[in-house]
Design a protein around this ligand. Structure first.
Ligand code: NAD
Length: 482
């Protein structure tokens, strides 16, 4: 098994100036399969010379690509989407091996990524400007949209295919070149997305893929005047740090940062139906999802039943290597995440919360943590304030609308919020009052390629996908002709 896996990683490389650049004596870091803790490859780190080449290529690639008409750009993106679908099994396996996510989820992620590329392929043709009414005869007042310029993008490991597809799709759809640093934990997935684009005919200089020490790479790229826009998905502290660096060059930013999604469950719902949907949503990618439902606030009339139902369903989730189709949840990404989750649960325990299911590591090797349910958690516990990014559902009771809304909006996060209720009036008020960039009412499905994905408050700004995703890579120019 180890040899087989290692060979799947033999061609880890950088992609710069249209060339796949292998290690060649560069520094590197180990890539670990989180289900087995095996080292499955080494990802080369870009040197400063490599980054300078990537920047020069991005400057050239921008000139080339912006001159390609949007329908031709779209054809290349669509061809890449088709290649991705053809390579579904191969790419899903790569993503599972390096991220730990179960195959059922990585297969969906391949298709989702292809759909995202296709969305931008189409939407790029609709970067419309407008013609304003004249103020004098013979004059023309025009507003046009132009690509912002070379984009530096940083994608995390939790959607190793979806995040790169979002960032590359937006940049390329708008006519920008892009230097992407996918996560060092999941390098082969980022390269697999790039390979589909290259095989689809993307000109060499338009896209670069680099790896390294994240802070070194971002500091270097953001300092370059060539880069005109930053797109980052990751934690709030890193997002704030990158915004400060971006400010020096007045570079535009899209920040998709963490969340701490509340879920409000009212007493008129079908409890079993909500539980079935909630357990699937909570343990997806072992809870390492920015829109993962985290704080369940359940009406006191159905509270005990809800807690018991959640705990029994959590105990039935099969956990193990994502390559085995019988498993519904894989490991956490790395030992650091496991340690953080353990500490948060211990802190909740110490704060007087009740562990209803899980609450411990599972067997090793592998960074497995049990699907966990914690009830009656005080607001002072860490987990009520910090993004758990792990397989933990927190459940507390509520008695009335105003008090639960105050709890739901209590934190500085504002990425996703969910609620379940039958009453039409309650649903209307929930939609109005929940402070989040994405609100799911009687559903956990809050993302399709045509909908904007992004947060408010400290969860970030700007959206990916939707017409907003393209707009984020465009600038506005007003032309006045006399
Ligand atoms: P982390 O903050 O070390 O890293 C998160 C991501 O940011 C990684 O992909 C990393 O490569 C990147 N990164 C870190 N420092 C960077 C820098 N200076 N420049 C550019 N990129 C940088 O945390 P982690 O332990 O890997 O992940 C856990 C935390 O990250 C979670 O608690 C969660 O808040 C956040 N996270 C959020 C998302 C999301 O979808 N919003 C995804 C992954 C991680």
């Amino acid at each position: 098994m180890a040899t087989q896996l290692a060979s799947a990683y033999a061609d880890l490389s950088l992609f710069i100036g249209g060339e796949w650049v292998s290690s060649g004596g560069r520094e590197s870091s180990a890539v670990i399969n989180p289900a087995t803790e095996e080292v499955i490859g080494h990802v080369p780190h870009a040197s400063k010379t490599d980054l300078d080449r990537a920047l020069a290529a991005a400057a050239e690639g921008f000139k080339t690509w912006r001159a390609v008409f949007p329908d031709e750009r779209g054809r290349i993106l669509k061809r890449a989407a088709d290649l991705m679908r053809e390579r579904k099994e191969e790419i899903a396996r790569i993503a599972t091996i390096e991220s730990g996510k179960v195959l059922a989820e990585t297969r969906i992620e391949v298709m989702m990524s292809a759909n995202i590329l296709e969305w931008y392929a189409e939407e790029g043709r609709r970067a419309y400007g407008r013609v304003l009414p004249q103020r004098a005869p013979g004059t023309r007042l025009t507003v046009v949209k132009e690509p912002v310029g070379p984009v530096a993008a940083f994608a995390p490991w939790n959607f190793p295919l979806g995040n790169p597809a979002r960032k590359i799709g937006a940049a390329l759809g708008a006519g920008c070149s892009c230097i992407l640093k996918p996560a060092e934990e999941t390098p082969a997935s980022g390269l697999a997305v790039a390979r589909c684009l290259v095989d689809a005919g993307l000109p060499g200089n338009v896209l670069a893929i680099v790896y390294g020490v994240p802070n070194d790479i971002s500091t270097y790229l953001l300092a370059s005047p060539i880069i005109r826009k930053i797109s980052f998905t990751g934690s709030i502290p890193v997002g704030k740090h990158l915004m400060k660096l971006a400010a020096d060059g007045m570079k535009r930013t899209t920040m998709e940062l963490g969340g701490h999604a509340p879920v409000l469950v009212f007493d008129d719902v079908n409890v079993d139906k909500v539980l079935d949907a909630s357990v699937v949503a909570k343990y997806r990618n072992a809870g390492q999802v920015c829109v993962s439902p985290t704080r369940f606030y359940v009406h006191e009339k159905i509270y005990n039943r809800f807690v018991e139902g959640f705990a029994s369903r959590a105990k039935a989730v099969t956990v193990g290597d994502g390559l085995d189709d019988k498993n519904r949840m894989g490991p956490l990404i790395h030992a650091r995440r496991l340690a953080t989750v353990e500490a948060m649960v211990q802190n909740a325990r110490d704060s007087g919360a009740k562990i209803q299911a899980g609450g411990s590591r599972l067997r090793s090797p592998g960074y497995f943590y049990s699907p966990t349910v914690i009830s009656d958690v005080p607001n002072s516990a860490r987990i009520m304030n910090e993004e758990p990014f792990g397989p933990i559902a927190v459940i507390n009771p509520f008695s009335n609308f105003d008090s639960v809304m105050q709890q739901a909006n209590r934190l500085p996060y504002g990425l996703a919020a969910f609620a379940f209720a039958e009453s039409g009036r309650t649903i209307k008020l929930l939609g109005e009052q929940l402070e989040a960039g994405m609100v799911g009412l009687n559903t956990y499905a809050i993302s399709v390629p045509e909908s904007p994905f992004g947060g408010v408050k400290e969860s970030g700004h700007g959206s990916e996908e939707g017409i907003e995703g393209l707009e984020a890579c465009l600038v506005t120019k007003f032309i006045s002709e006399a």
